[in-house]
Write a protein that binds this ligand. Structure first.
Ligand code: THU
Length: 139
């Protein structure tokens, strides 16, 4: 898994910070922005979108994945998640499972104060159930 350059990290954190400002979070007031870079260098963003029927709320990371896939950028090379917490918040369990569908790549957790944690999908979700898990073994 190649590391992201500092320039790419800055680009992703900036994009995630910007889209976080468009989050729809009237119930939790907890706004999240996520930005994905694909193999072609394109950036795809998502924010959390809550609903009065609370369980229908969707996380920023999953919206960013949907945006990337919808744009044809399925080869994900990195993700940044921005929250206004210290330390920066980490993706929820459901989002980790959605992320691992697209492999192991660097994940940057950041906040507006400039804190940054560099981790990876593999570190966030060890021993994951992946597409390879569906392949039946030899009998
Ligand atoms: N949220 C995300 O967008 N990503 C996560 O990984 C964790 C939580 C959102 C969901 C909800 O709108 C708000 O943060 C509070 O849980």
């Amino acid at each position: 898994m190649p590391d992201l350059s500092q320039q790419t990290i800055d680009r992703l954190v900036d994009a995630a910070s910007e889209v976080r400002g468009r989050a729809h979070a009237p119930y939790s007031s907890f706004t999240v922005g996520a930005a994905i870079i694909d193999a072609g260098g394109r950036v795809h963003v998502g924010c959390n979108v809550e609903n009065a029927s609370y369980g229908l709320s969707v996380c920023a990371e999953r919206h960013a994945v949907a945006a990337a896939v919808s744009a044809g950028g399925e080869c994900i090379e990195g993700l940044a998640v921005v929250t206004d917490t210290s330390p920066p918040a980490s993706p929820c369990g459901a989002c980790r499972q959605v992320l691992v569908e697209f492999g192991d790549f660097p994940v940057i957790l950041a906040n507006p104060e400039g804190e940054r944690i560099v981790t990876s999908v593999g570190s966030l979700l060890p021993d994951a159930f992946t597409p390879e898990s569906l392949v039946k073994g030899q009998e």
